[in-house]
Ligand binder design. Sequence first.
Ligand SMILES: [Zn+2]
Length: 409
Amino acid sequence: MKLTADKIREKTCPACGHHVAVQFMKENLQPLATLAWPRSEQAANTLPGLPQDFIRCIRCGHIYNHDFKYEDVPYSDNPNLMFNKGKIWSDFIVDVQNKIQTYLPENPIVIEIGHGDGSFLASLHRLCGSGTFIGYDPHGAQHDTNTEVQGLYFKNELFKPVQLFSEMKPDLIVSRHVLEHLVNPLGFLQSVAFASNHFKTFPLTYFEVPCIDRVLESGRTVDFYYEHSSQFTSKSFNEMLHQSTLSINEIGYGYKKEVIYSFCTIKDSGFPAQYIDESLTFYENAENSLVEIKHQLQNIFESGKKIAIWGGTGKSAAFMCRYQVDKDRFPVVVDSDKFKVGTYVPGTGQEIKFCDWLVENPVDIIIIPPQWRAKDIITEIESNNILYGQVLIEHNGVLVDFKTEQHPY
Ligand SMILES: [Zn+2]
């Protein structure tokens, strides 16, 4: 089939983060396949249809429904219970659990993300005999204090990596048949790796998802339905782990390659902590400057001095919106650009005048929001013989006098 422009999509791959994909399989609107649970024929026939436009990442081969929305899947109404009591499946689970056990220390701390009916975590706990085993699943089995087993806990809450790693040092993180339901599985794994790095706790991880290598070999179509928005190939699963700074110890398959799993250790990502520190500090300073500059503006207003803002769009409009420079207290806005004259400041509504208005109507204070242009603007003000008392710019969270105070402009 010939490649045409309409078959290429600029979408972000949930497995590797690449942004170009190609058309793969499109369905007419179809209802949820596993989670709708209609209780009557009429309910079954009138279920809402959901869009399915599966596309394939050209870099890692991952297949995904880019129209998928997590909120369309009613996990809170109907639990997503995997029903598989077959012998091959049970043997696979036993194998996996035996393998997990060989990796674990005595009295391990084991976390399962999305514990579902809780049976996997409960049997792993039985196999290990001791330790702390905690499942996180907002819609999974509930913890029952009546039948409580020492060391086995089920929490009906979302797994939050930063919170968990700040509270404990898990030896193992397990997640089975969860990643394929997420809009952004790569982002989720990167968040786990980030928290692990930040708190210098590097547990083993076990992730398991359906694998579609055989689907592709045999041209199967029924595997593509709404709830499974992300369909992993061996390559895309590996690529996701790689992009999440997970170091692969072992990749394996179950159920004749219908399932793929990984044992990985989270690596030291080497990402600089500086970005986190800088961002949190910037955030805090920006919050403080909001209070401080609003306070300064109110004092200036109450002083009765005449004020003009130089600039009515871009950075100047951002300044006026952020600090609530309203039309009633600060009606005068001028601009050097004639094309902006007669338009109004977005968000605060002052009509923008041409700057020569200040020749006839001088003010005491001119505020110039774009700091890096202030010097040029002052030259313009002075060459136009505009009189003024003071020019203020914003610097380090306060308004400072351009001529008498310290700043880098
Ligand atoms: Zn990809």
